[in-house]
Design a protein around this ligand. Structure first.
Ligand SMILES: *Cc1c(COP(=O)(O)O)cnc(C)c1O
Length: 444
């Protein structure tokens, strides 16, 4: 829906107070006054609980294959899942700067097996869904079969006739490339200029074709899309619009419900859950938030976190312009050290679908991300990549806004019983030499 005309866009930008702060690269918090109860909001997503549960079942069918192809997942039966842990020492450090009401937890998607980021959910799921469709279509599997057959030379020969293409800033390419290559696909990853060298090298070592661009993520996606359109055997994984990716991410929400029960954590009106999700184009955080809303309803409050130089979702949601506006349109350069978050234009699908279910968006500087990165290393001995720290500023923002708490009927007593879950989205596979450079950049 990019036909919104220029004067409408200008008028809308001028009418949205947060835009001038975004332009000046200040760290901002935007609370969404249009947030809806799930009874209304979920209908607007256009996807159902049934579809999210179907995605979970598909991952279960593939689990025996994954356990064989990626032995590191065997102890978990081929489930690609991460732990959530309390980080009380980090909470103490954060509280030295500003109080946080409730308990601080970390969701370690940074340490998901296979590709070490949140993309090991959506990206891998999209590849598996495509492979299953091809195999069913060709009649080489039937419902109820043992999916370990996907780990055989005959299946790899079958998939070698097909191609997969994707545009990426790095982590999505890693997830799709590694899983695609394991199944036998010819995978081409169109990488934006900000992608790290080690990610490109790792992919090439897996036999994945990497094409590098001097431009940003939007251009890498556009090029990938164009190359794939010219080839009927090529499947393009569309990070900007894919419902399949979104559903793959949403499974995290369904599983978190069980995980919190196992940890003895309650989520209800008296024990709210706040979740802070680093946001690039929006599919990852949007899909996870959708899954969380399905299971926790109005008792989960979701926030999207972005770099001050790439606030595409904050801009799109706050103005209601979604993908009709880019950060470049307001004079911002979309340059950030946060891999995966250097996105100038948000997904129009995710922005529109999730606007009624999102409590807010906020931005933070690369400087803050590096400081938080070093702080987490010192306090908890956990190492993440800069983007994965974007969520860590969220508990401050919520705790510092009595207006927001009041709007949602969150009294101080209720806030003291809250769980703040920071979604750590990447960093588990960063080489030591790179990690040392990250750590040196943070003040501690
Ligand atoms: C991709 C990515 C995100 C955000 O996901 P989107 O779907 O692009 O919004 C967050 N953190 C990391 C480390 C990522 O790689």
């Amino acid at each position: 829906m990019k036909e919104t005309n220029m004067s409408d866009i200008t008028a809308q930008l001028n009418a949205t107070p947060v835009v001038s702060d975004l332009k000046s690269l200040r760290e901002v918090t935007w609370f969404n006054h249009g947030v809806k109860p799930v009874s209304e909001g979920l209908q607007q997503v256009g996807l159902t609980r049934e579809e999210a549960e179907d995605a979970e079942r598909r991952l279960q069918r593939f689990a025996p294959f994954i356990a064989q192809a990626f032995p590191e997942t065997a102890p978990a039966g081929g489930m690609i899942e991460s732990d959530m842990i309390a980080i009380p020492r980090m909470q103490e450090k954060l509280a030295e700067r500003a109080a946080i009401s409730g308990a601080l937890w970390l969701k370690k998607d940074s340490h998901l097996p296979i590709s070490g980021s949140i993309k090991a959910r959506g990206g891998i799921y999209d590849v598996l869904a495509h492979a299953e469709k091809l195999a069913l279509g060709a009649g080489i599997i039937r419902a109820g079969d043992d999916y370990r057959v996907f780990h055989t030379p005959a299946f790899r020969r079958f998939f070698s006739r097909y191609k997969i293409a994707v545009g990426s800033t790095g982590n999505l390419g890693l997830s799709i490339g590694i899983m695609g290559a394991a199944l036998g696909f010819h995978v081409t990853v169109h990488m934006s200029s900000d992608a790290r060298q080690w990610k490109k090298e790792k992919l090439r070592a897996h036999g994945v074709e990497v094409i590098e661009y001097a431009e940003d993520y939007g251009m890498a996606v556009a090029q990938g899309r164009r190359a794939a359109e010219a080839d009927p055997a090529c499947f393009f994984i569309d990070d900007e619009n894919s419902r399949t990716l979104f559903l793959g991410y949403s499974v995290a929400g369904l599983r978190l419900h069980r995980q919190m029960q196992q940890k003895g954590l309650t989520v209800d009106a008296q024990h709210p859950l706040f979740v802070y999700l680093p946001c690039g184009v929006g599919g990852g955080p949007g899909g996870v938030a959708f899954g969380l809303k399905l299971v926790f309803g109005d008792n989960v409050h979701c926030f999207f976190a972005e770099p001050t130089h790439s606030p595409c979702m904050t801009l799109g949601m706050s103005t209601g312009l979604h993908d009709a506006v880019s950060v470049q349109d307001i004079g911002i350069d979309n340059k950030t050290a946060a891999d995966g978050l250097a996105v100038g234009r948000a997904s129009g699908f995710v922005g529109r679908a999730m606007l009624p279910l999102t409590d807010g968006c906020y931005t933070l500087s690369d400087r803050t991300m590096y400081d938080l990165l070093a702080m987490l290393d010192r306090s908890e001995n956990i190492q993440l990549e800069p983007s994965a720290l974007a969520g860590m500023a969220g508990p401050w923002r919520v705790s510092a806004s009595p207006d927001y708490q009041h709007l949602h009927g969150l009294t101080p007593e209720v806030m003291r019983r809250a769980t703040h879950l920071v979604w750590a989205t990447g960093g588990g596979m960063v080489p030591d030499t790179e990690m040392r450079l990250y750590l040196e950049k943070g003040k501690h």
